[in-house]
Each structure stands twice: as structure tokens, then as C-alpha cells.
Ligand binder design. Sequence first.
Ligand code: DL6
Length: 821
Amino acid sequence: IWKKFSLGEFGDKQEFQQEFVRHVETSLARSLYNCDDLAAYQAASQAVRDRLVVAWNRTQQKHTLTDTKRVYYLSLEFLMGRALDNAMLNTRTKQYAREGVKDFGFRLEDLIEQEPDAALGNGGLGRLAACFVDSLASENYPGWGYGLRYEYGIFKQKIIDGYQVEQPDYWLTYGSSWEIPRNEISVDIMFYGYVRHYTDDEGVHRRCWEGGDVVRAVASDFPVPGYGTANVNNLRLWSSKPAQEFDFAKFNAGDYINSVSEQQRAETISAVLYPNDNFDSGKELRLKQQYLWVAASLNDIVRRFKKSKRPWREFPEQIAIQLNDTHPTLAIVELQRIFVDLEQLPWKEAWDLVVETFGYTNHTVLPEALEKWPVPMLENLLPRHLEIIYDINLYFLQEVEAKFPNDRELLSRVSIIEESQPQQARMAYLAIIGSHKVNGVAELHSDLIKKTIFKDFVAVYGGDKFINVTNGITPRRWLHQANPELSDLIASKIGSGFVKDLSELRHLEKFADDEDFQRQWMLVKHKRKEKLAALVKSQSGVVLNPDHLFDIQVKRIHEYKRQQLNILGVIHRYVELKQMSPEERRKMTPRVSLFGGKSAPGYYMAKTIIKLINDVGKVVNNDPDMFDSLKVVFVEDYNVSKAEIIIPASDISEHISTAGTEASGTSNMKFVLNGGLIIGTVDGANVEITREIGEDNIYLFGHLADEVEDIRHKHKYGGVQVGKKLQQVFDFIQSGALGDPEIYTSLLHSIKYGGDYYLVSDDFDAYLEAQHTINHDFKDTKEWARKSIVSVSRMGFFSSDRAIRDYAEGIWNVEPSPVEE
Ligand code: DL6
């Protein structure tokens, strides 16, 4: 692979050093004698970046010259993490860089640590987008990401007295070495204004949007290198800027301060990432973000298409646009506006092109996450778009009426406009109507959306429009980069082809019973547990024993993900251990329970769960009886770079959402790929993971998705039955043993008296039972190692390369277009 393609890598260490020194001396205006880790990181990054830019240019030129079909992935979030390590691995410069900087007295690892995470996302949805751009490039698809260049990414989480406190994440203090500012690429975006009706020269009645405020969207490009290929794709992020620097009239009148206020207002649009995961906040600023981003992206896409001089009817043959959830749904309306108002195409012709162009991915069934925009807000901010939405809706409802005459209920159920007070535009419905394919992200989820939230649309369109594309993760970041020790061990047996083609892992299975290999396997795990223990010690002072079972749950904190089930289980274990004699305790499997994740700042219940975890940790970690039995840790500020340390260190990880609530989950895939086993519910991608790795290699428990509604009904009308074990835990908390029990009242009441929407009481005993089996199985190290090796060897399906190929074949109809040397 490497011989055939080249990213213009460094020929040797000296070549890297030359570039490194050049950047230290010229770009940074420093000298080697006055160069700290930060400057060295910047110089190394810029040296690598230069190579990427050359390959990036070549790739774009090739795609322009061959006029190939391109994919545009519109995502409001790209949770990229750090770039240097990934870029070095993909360009094969890591070894030269390591040796090169060592000669100058630096450790490459220290330089890598200097880079702030590009944390432009909340959780699974944003990280999926980051994996997808990696795979688009690695699989040689001409594919760009389009997003927003937030100045403040997801907030930094501090834990103070057990509570989450949010601090701003200004990730651009030192600029970004990976960013190519494109000040020359800008688009003026309008908000507000009015719709003017007129008759054109041919007597056609037309409408035109005018008279609004204008804000400028300015592009920044981030090169995305593929692995094992010379393709470097592009991630284009937009910033909002004032269209005018300042108000001259005010300035001349002496009102200097207010003359710059417009500038400040314009810049706020792209300033901050909304910190909500699986929750729709409905704020006007968010709507402005969405429109600015999609309007700028479409302007860019259409401009590029126009250069090809092709007729409009070829638009969908040249362009596929994927909507990552409903956040970019306005793109459907904007493209129809461009076609009809600006390019003056007839409505029907335009609409057919629009539908052929778009695909929509649904990532959630949670009602609180389904986006709706109040009609009055749309009318004020985007008056022409609202008219177009009304027209799209009218033609759609006419179709429905023709198919199902006189079914008024159906018409009101599928209408884009919900007849509430005020009326709301249901963005998921608009996304379905304006796309030719709709996909869920795991088999169970894709089936569920067809049976529940989109059932009526399946009746209208037939089932073929709705497909499944199971999520995946990039093996580059989540194995090769995060866990070089395991990657090397695997490569020593089966070669390194799995980094590019993850299905090659299947060749590992024949070593699963090899005792020597098992020992090496567990040694790697031990090393990685030591590394995590060092992180925990440096952060919190808590000392972990890497021989103990590491049980990890890291993800956004959310009631549906059920960190409360986990921590209530930990309390149960603590109470149980306390009742034992020291001899009895010594026979128990010693455990570390580690949590990490952020709560949305306004999510009271999730914040209470964080407080509970920290309070349990305080009591348990200071109890001498627990010294060799139990530790409870909350890792502050969980992010991508911490995930790279945490995930390789798990023995068990928890994916225990109420069945039917987690669309897919992707950390489940990352943990298994790193040799951890999982405890989980029959939910999301756990189902397919089980199918691939085998039921014997996963600890499943809990009620099934199709039982959940009946159980909720029973809770509502017959009350919640809290079992003996869970009641003991409640009693313990209420005794004040963890501190003021008042703090947890709402959490406990939501279970016992509040209908227990997430079925904690129903699944508690089964959860403890599954943990009991794990404690037993963990003692048999050989068998544990065997399960771990077998599981890894069967994880090939979960590569995001496979997911991207599925999208390319099933939705985009796009071919790879490799750039050869
Ligand atoms: O598909 C990526 C990811 C899934 O793995 C998670 O299961 C799901 O919760 C997440 N969905 C969202 C939806 N948010 N909105 N809007 O983040 O998507």
C-alpha cells in the first residue's frame, strides 16, 4: 500500500528536522534554544501539515479535473480530538518525527500532549462524523465535511465538591496549526427581511426574499488525510463575521462603541457549540447557526457545480448530500429556494432534484431530541423558507390524500406543521419528505423508527425508502493510534493489514487458545491499565491497582444511558462488602468502577447523578475496609484524548441504556475492539455486536425493547415495585451515609414514585446478576483472555470504512476516486 501511494512523506529523519527547524525559526520566529514543548508541537504540526496541504491540493485538483461525483457530509458537530498523532500515522512520519525531535531534546509524546482537543461536538453524533471523514478519505471517496468553526467547543468540566461546573473551552488560544484560513471564500447570508412578489418578463409569478440583515460566513479548511492512500479530503468549517466591519454612520457621529456592536453580534452566531446531547433546546441563535451553515455550504456546493457547466438535471448525478440528523434540514429548503427563486427552475423539476440529492440519517427516537421550530420564529427569521416549507407540505399532503383519501387523522399526523400553540415545524418530517433515503444507525434502531416515530411515513412511501446503515468507528484512531501496544501485538501475528481492512482481524481467532499469546494479550491490557491508573492518580490522587477488574462507563451523562443503574449497583456492592468479614471480602473480585462524561449544563437529574457518583467515591475510597476491594472514580472532563487512554484499559465496559433508547452507541465498538468485554442491554449496536462476537462473549441482561411500553404502562397505573436489593440501596442513601440525602431525593423519587421511566427498578436485579457472573468469570484469566481475543477477531464489521461503503452504495451512488502518485 505504502509503495503505491504517497502523501509526499519525509524521506528521512533529517528531512523532517529541516522542516521542523524552518518552522521554529520562521513561522514561530523562535530559535531551537528558545523552544518549549508548545512551540515544538506547533513546528512539528506545521511540518506535517505542509505535506498534507500538497497532497490535499493534488486530491482536489484530481477531483475537479475528473469531474467526479462528490459527497458532502453536513454535520453541526465534528468531534475530531487531536490531529497531530493521527496525521503522523497516516503520513507515516511518526518514526522520523519521534527520532527527529528527540535529537533536539523533546519527547514526541509530550508534544502530542500540547494539542488541545478540537472538541466541536457533544458525543456520539459528532464523533461519528469525525470517524466518517477519516473513512471517506481512507476509502478514497471524494467527500467533504461541512460544519461550523465554533470558537468555544464543548465546555470543560470541573468537578467541585462533587458537582459539575462548566468552564469555557476556548481551543484557539494559540490558533490551530491544522487550519487553513480561507478569507477569500465567503458567502453573505441573509436573515429576517420580507418576501417580494413580482411577475417576470415571461409573465410568471415569482417570489424573492430581500431586505434582511446580512452576515458573512467565512471558510476555514482542515485537511483530512486518509490512511494508506494519497487522498486528503477537506473539512470546511464556517465562521460568522460581520458583512460590514463597522457602522460608519455611527462612527462618524462619534458613537464609536456602538459602531462595532454589529460586528460583535455577527460573530456570536458561530461562537459557541450548544452543549446538548440528544436534546432540542429550540433557541433562535441555534436556528441562526443552522441556517448560516447550510446556506454557506450550499452556496459553495452550487458554485462548484456551476463551474462544471453541466445542466441542472445532472445535479444529483454529481452531488450527494448527507444530513447528519435533522440539524441541517434547512438545506433541503435552501436548495429548493436556490433552484426556484434564483435559478428559476419549475417547482416540480427542482423538487425532484432536491430529493434525489439528499439523504437523511436519524440518530435518535427520544422525543425530547426531535427538532421542532416554532413557526413564528421561522416566519420572522426566514420568511421565504417558511413559505417554501408550506408549499412542500401542501404538495406532500396532496400526495397522501390521493393515496389515502379522507384520512384526516393521517394528514394531521404526517403534516410538517404540528397544530400546536404556537405551530411547530417538525424537522424530521421535512427531512424524510426531502430525502430519497432515510437511515437509522443500527439494525434495532432502524427497525424501531419504522415501527414508531416514522410509521406513517412507511405507509406513505413504502419500506424501501427506510434503510439501515450500522455505525462504525475508525480503526486508525481507536486501535492503531489509541492502543499501539495492542496494534503491534496483533500485527506480530497477522500483519498490519487490519488497520486498513478491519475484517482481517478474523485471522487472529486461531491464536485465541494459544497460552503464550493470551499472556502477551493480558500483559498489554495490564500496561494500559497502568497508564489509566497514572492518569487517575495525577488527576484525583486515587490509587488504582491494575490487577483489579476495571469496570468503565464513559459517555454523556443521561438518564436513558442509566449511569444511575451503575452507581446504585456499586452502592449495593459496597453495602454487601461492608457486611462481610475481611476473609470473605478477600475472596471477592476486587473492582474499580470508573465513570466519566458531561451532563448538559441545564440537566438537573444528570447533574445529580454526577454528584452521587462523586459522593460514593469519597466514601468508598476513604474506607480502609475497601482498600483492596473497591474504588470508585469519576474522571473529570471526559473527552476524545482521555477516551484514548481510558478505552484500552477496560476489562468490562457498560452499555446499559433502557432497551430501545440508545440508537447505536459507538463506544461499545471501541471497547470491544480494544479487548474489553461488555455488559449491556439488548439495545442499539449491542445487538449486532452480540451477533458478530457470539453470545458467550458478552454479558447481556434486562428487559427487551418490545416490553418497555407495557412496563411503563404498568408503572403508570399500578405503581413501581422496588425490589429488596434496590430498597436496601435507597435506605442506605437515605440514612445519610453519603452526605445530605436531600440532594438525591428527586433522583430516587423519579424511580420509586415518578413512574421509573427508564426501568431502573425492573432491570436492577438482572444487572446485579450479570455483574455477579462477570466477577466469577474474571477470575479465570485464560478463559477471559480467550473471550477477549475471539471478540476482537470478530469486530471487523464495525469499521467506519464498512459503514462509509454502505452509504456510498446504498444512498450516495458514488465511487472511490484514488489519487495515485
Ligand atoms: O449515531 C451516532 C450516535 C449514536 O451512536 C447514539 O446512540 C445516539 O444517541 C446519538 N444520537 C444523537 C442524537 N442527537 N441529536 N440530535 O446524538 O448518535
